[in-house]
Design a protein around this ligand. Structure first.
Ligand code: SF4
Ligand code: SF4
Length: 373
């Protein structure tokens, strides 16, 4: 069912309002029921093309966390309606440069790797540049993620080139890994760890020529660019899944949500969608399957380190449980489930100057749980 067709399923019960963390944090946001299905009815009747949303500021407060969708008993695609309405508005009103920068992490990563890493780290964390960034609209209190010296894709290329003929012969099965921008540009180690485990289980890991999944592009109003990225990603994945039972693994819940669910909601006519979507799987879920089937064995070690696990909203929105937590427990880690709702950051949302306080209020319960642990 198309998101727009879910509008009339709304019974105005207000459950979504009770579950929206941003509504609880600020009165500037009118809440999911009003900005979603209720406003959509007016937008549908607007004969000028449904685009002139007078209250974009209120709509803009939606962080696309999807807690409303999780809670709605009628299956209304509230957050998707919000993002589609924002996309319409942004086609007519260009988003600010700050939002362009926040939406294009990979381009920034490529640029950052042209300079020595120490220079990039210093440039993104020292007081003067934080002050300048603050003037630019990136709140100086928001901790900046640091670009990795070498991207995951670069590491992967070198890793594949270094495999011996015997090692290659042992990789008899295939798995596709979609790393996404975060692993590629900020956290390659997580991708490297996954490759290590998959190869240990006899999988050849294929990393397609990928683009950003599109989540930050949609959230910041670059919808048409997100569509082009989705089409490019699907085109890159189709040849790999066409050859049979090949999983497309992700470690980022937002990439996974986008590939598995939101491509179909935002870009239902994208070529390759039906071929790729059934193959998309959480990497932790896949690893659990390998452990259960005996294809992978872990060398378990006694480790008294206590961990706290936070289930991101974009994972909970998929209704697939908490495979990361389950995997840690299978590895006999001492891990506690934070059960503390939304972190507030929602990708680039919490970095924005006008949203930082809202994000900090939303995430307060989680921050406290982490401190207590
Ligand atoms: S929870 Fe669903 S049905 Fe209830 S008000 Fe929100 S959108 Fe409408
Ligand atoms: S996506 Fe999140 S912030 Fe947006 S309306 Fe739904 S619950 Fe609220």
């Amino acid at each position: 069912m198309k998101p727009i067709e879910t509008v009339d399923k709304c019974t105005t019960c207000s459950t979504c309002v009770a579950y929206c963390p941003v509504t609880r944090a600020t009165r500037a946001f009118k809440g999911p029921k009003l900005t979603g299905p209720s406003s959509e009815r007016f937008r549908l009747f607007d004969e000028t093309g449904g685009g002139e949303i007078s209250e974009i500021e209120a709509l803009d407060y939606c962080s696309n966390c999807k807690n409303c969708d999780i809670a709605c008993p009628s299956g209304v695609k509230i957050s998707t309606l919000n993002m589609l309405a924002r996309a319409d508005w942004c086609r007519k009103h260009k988003p600010p440069l700050r939002d362009w920068v926040l939406a294009h992490g990979r381009a920034l990563g490529k640029l950052a790797r042209r300079f020595p890493n120490w220079m990039v780290r210093l440039g993104s964390t020292n007081a003067l540049s934080r002050l300048l960034l603050d003037k630019f609209g990136v709140d100086r209190r928001a901790p900046m993620p640091v670009f990795a010296e070498r991207s995951f894709s670069e590491w992967m290329e070198a890793h594949n080139a270094g495999l011996s003929p015997t090692e290659r012969r042992n990789l008899t099965k295939k798995a596709v890994f979609f790393p996404g921008c975060f692993v590629n540009d900020y956290d390659p180690q997580t991708g490297q760890d996954l490759v290590f485990l998959l190869e240990k289980a006899g999988y050849e890991v294929i990393v397609p020529d990928f683009q950003c999944c599109g989540v930050p592009l949609v959230a910041n109003g670059f919808f048409d660019e997100a569509k082009a990225a989705a089409e490019a990603n699907l085109a890159a994945l189709v040849p790999h899944v066409a050859s049979g039972d090949v999983p497309v693994l992700t470690v980022c819940p937002s990439c996974q949500l986008m590939l598995k669910q939101e491509y179909g909601e935002f870009f239902p006519d994208a070529p390759g969608l039906s071929a790729v979507v059934p193959h998309v799987q959480d990497a932790c879920e896949f690893l659990i399957g390998l452990l259960e089937s005996g294809e992978l064995e872990l060398d378990l070690r006694e480790d008294a380190t206590k961990l706290i696990y936070h289930a991101p909203c974009h994972l909970r929105a998929q209704g697939t449980g908490k495979p990361g937590l389950e995997l840690l427990r299978m590895a006999e880690a001492h891990v506690e489930d934070a059960r503390a709702g939304c972190c507030g950051i929602s990708g680039s949302y919490g970095f924005k100057k006008e949203k930082y306080d809202v994000a900090a209020t939303v995430g307060a319960e989680l921050f406290q749980a982490v401190k207590d642990s």
